[in-house]
Ligand binder design. Structure first.
Ligand code: B12
Ligand code: SF4
Length: 565
């Protein structure tokens, strides 16, 4: 048995037959810093699910992440018994084209569909396949291949690649940690919660298990920062307390970026997060009107201020085009979110995604726009449902405006991060708790990393708030750390040059950075050794995906024909 696990093909974030420019394969540039020009943080995240599955099988497996269509075709020549394709709704057409190619050229090969796109009703009829995995993939594969259910083997891999600040490449400094999947809160719109049947599937269920896994990853990758892929990591308070205990027992600091609901932060308290080593937290704010239990009764503004004062970077996310939104109340929410003064603000359009309660409700109420191609179901351009107060064209404009308002009002996130670092440094250095005081050196270093950034930012400043923030930061940094050293000044020159060329690149509205293709082998040739090859892809400029004439007809079929269940 030989298995190939693939993500969908690139290029990504370009307007072509298979995708859209506003469906960017980057977390920040897609939905957070997208209107912050040269200041937008750039990076890609590998398709973690594929590596997690591959690591936990016994059969020889290859992961092919971010391939071009040509690389995908070439890989198939190596001969596979099963090909698994991971896709989300907006990449439906790419998964379809890939599956059709396999069927046509390798009819004996079994096709498995997995990932969030499988929630589409009747996916088996829309994409040629032999199996569909709706939910957790390791268990699915083990059952399919008759493999034993063994203890989880956690992958050791960096969480991001292709990182850039103002065009300057920065090495990845964090590993991914996947303690568990899913969330029990079951918010009506939430694709992840519904994909895992509104339950939490824990992989690392205790503090010692987490600590051991993190220590192993640290020794392999030399990193002590972790991007924690878990919808609500702090919800399991006992596990988090045990992790603190383990770290304190071993006199060790790990640093975590987590997703957390506001109620959970409220329940454990901000200092708990600090002691746990959290330095980035993503909070689903959604709306001022507290329509979700997770924000009810929480003083978000005070909590966020307190988190930032401890050096914890905060991302607050909000939803546009909720049912109560009209042309006024939408601004109430946009301004509320901006007014929370987080480092990052995410705006995402309400999106009835297949499998969610929201999708079911909207299907029943005939509110879905099934004539909108799935490529447009990504949440950053036009909505795909009927809204009482907005036309589809208007939704694209309002969304763009929301990001612009945040940028105008709060300046670039990059500078907000410099502010948070300084605040944190000033708070922890004199804190009464010695564990918290122990974070001083790390925060000092983080501040100094920002020092060379300021001159390049001034050169690129596009609005008054950016200049105001710079005046403030330069003064405060000088007070705290003295005049910039020669090394800092040299760094600033280099960064300014990169920023200049980055601004030129961005003038070309079709430019888009592309993630490199990653090919990773597991247990091929009967051995356990693995090789990992990374190929740089051309960044997409004025070009589109290679068109396969054999599949043109399929691509042209733009109507989704998605009859709701
Ligand atoms: C990291 C991430 C990204 C990364 C991209 C990563 C990548 N290389 O593809 C970035 C930030 C770029 C991104 C962008 C987008 N994303 Co995104 N993303 C995520 C996120 C946060 C984590 C995914 C992850 O790695 N999870 C951890 C792994 C272990 O779990 P998993 O992927 O679910 O995999 C498990 C199973 O699903 C299954 N499985 C997965 N693939 C396969 C394949 C086979 C063959 C099998 C058998 C099983 C299987 O097995 C795995 C192990 O159990 C999820 C939310 C979430 N928490 O899951 C959203 C999520 C997947 N993204 C989503 C969306 C909509 C997008 C965007 C359109 C923008 C947006 N609205 O956020 C863009 C699209 C970009 C593009 N051009 O394709 C939605 C998908 C919803 C849907 N029904 O389609 C999600 C669920 C978020 C949400 N709640 O709305 N995303
Ligand atoms: S709390 Fe977050 S992850 Fe959990 S269901 Fe709600 S939106 Fe989804």
């Amino acid at each position: 048995m030989k298995i190939l696990l693939c993500s969908v093909f690139g290029p990504y974030g370009v307007d072509d037959e298979y995708g859209r420019r506003l469906n960017v394969m980057e977390l920040f540039h897609n939905q957070v810093t997208r209107e912050q020009g040269v200041f937008s943080l750039r990076m890609n995240h590998p398709s973690f699910g594929l590596y997690l599955i591959a690591e936990n099988l016994e059969a020889p497996t290859v992961v092919l992440d971010f391939p071009s269509f040509d690389k995908f075709k070439k890989e198939l020549e190596n001969g596979y018994d099963y090909v698994g394709i991971s896709f989300i709704t907006s990449n439906f057409i790419k998964a379809k084209v890939m599956a059709e190619y396999i069927r046509e050229r390798f009819p004996a090969c079994k096709i498995i569909l997995g990932g969030h796109g499988t929630g589409l009703p009747g996916i088996e009829e829309k994409i040629p396949c032999d199996y569909v995995c709706r939910g957790e993939g390791i268990k699915f594969f083990r059952e399919l291949l008759g493999e034993e259910n063994r203890e989880l083997k956690h992958p050791s891999m960096k969480s991001a690649l292709n990182r850039r600040i103002m065009g300057f490449p920065i090495a990845a400094n964090a590993a991914v940690l996947i303690p568990g999947l899913g969330c029990v809160n079951a918010c009506r719109f939430c694709a992840t919660s519904h994909h895992f049947q509104k339950s939490y599937l824990g992989f690392l269920n205790s503090g010692p298990a987490l600590f051991q896994t993190m220590s192993e990853i640290e020794s392999k990758l030399s990193v002590n920062e972790f991007f924690v892929m878990d919808e609500n990591f702090l919800k399991n308070r006992i596990r988090a307390e045990e992790l603190i205990e383990e770290m304190e027992k071993h006199n060790k600091y790990f640093h975590l970026g987590v997703f957390s609901s506001a109620e959970t932060i409220n329940a454990v308290g901000v200092e708990f997060l600090v002691r746990l080593g959290i330095d980035f937290v993503w909070i689903g704010v959604e709306s001022k009107r507290e329509i979700y239990t997770k924000t009810r009764g929480v003083d978000l503004k005070a909590t966020i201020k307190s988190l930032r004062n401890f050096g914890i970077q905060v991302l607050g996310s909000g939803i546009l085009f909720l049912e109560h939104h009209d042309r006024q109340t939408i601004f109430e929410d946009i301004e509320y979110l901006i007014g929370l003064e987080t480092d990052f603000v995410q705006f995402m359009e309400l999106g009835p995604l297949p499998g969610t309660a929201l999708y079911e409700d909207y299907a029943a109420a005939d509110k879905l726009r099934l004539d909108v191609p799935f490529e447009d179901w990504h949440g950053q351009d036009k909505i795909w449902f009927k809204h009482e107060h907005f036309t589809r064209d208007e939704t694209a404009e309002y969304t763009k405006l929301a990001f612009q308002m945040d940028y105008q009002k709060q300046g670039p996130s990059l500078l907000r991060l410099a502010d948070t670092s300084l605040r944190g440094y000033r708070t922890v250095r004199s804190h009464s708790d010695s564990r918290i005081r122990g974070l001083t050196e790390r925060l000092r270093k983080r501040c100094l990393d920002f020092y060379p950034v300021f001159p390049a930012c001034r050169q690129s400043a596009e609005n008054d708030k950016t200049r105001e923030l710079l005046d403030f930061l330069e003064l405060e940094y000088r007070k705290e750390f003295g005049a910039p050293s020669l090394a800092v000044r040299l760094g600033a020159c280099v960064l300014s040059i990169f920023a200049y060329f980055e601004r030129l690149k961005l003038k070309n509205k079709t430019f888009m950075y592309q993630p490199p293709t990653i090919r990773k082998e597991y247990r091929l040739n009967g051995s356990n050794t693995r090789s990992c090859r990374i190929h740089k892809q051309d960044d997409a400029q004025l070009r589109s995906a290679p068109l396969l004439s054999a599949h043109k007809a399929a691509v042209k079929e733009k109507s989704n024909l998605a009859a709701p269940n």
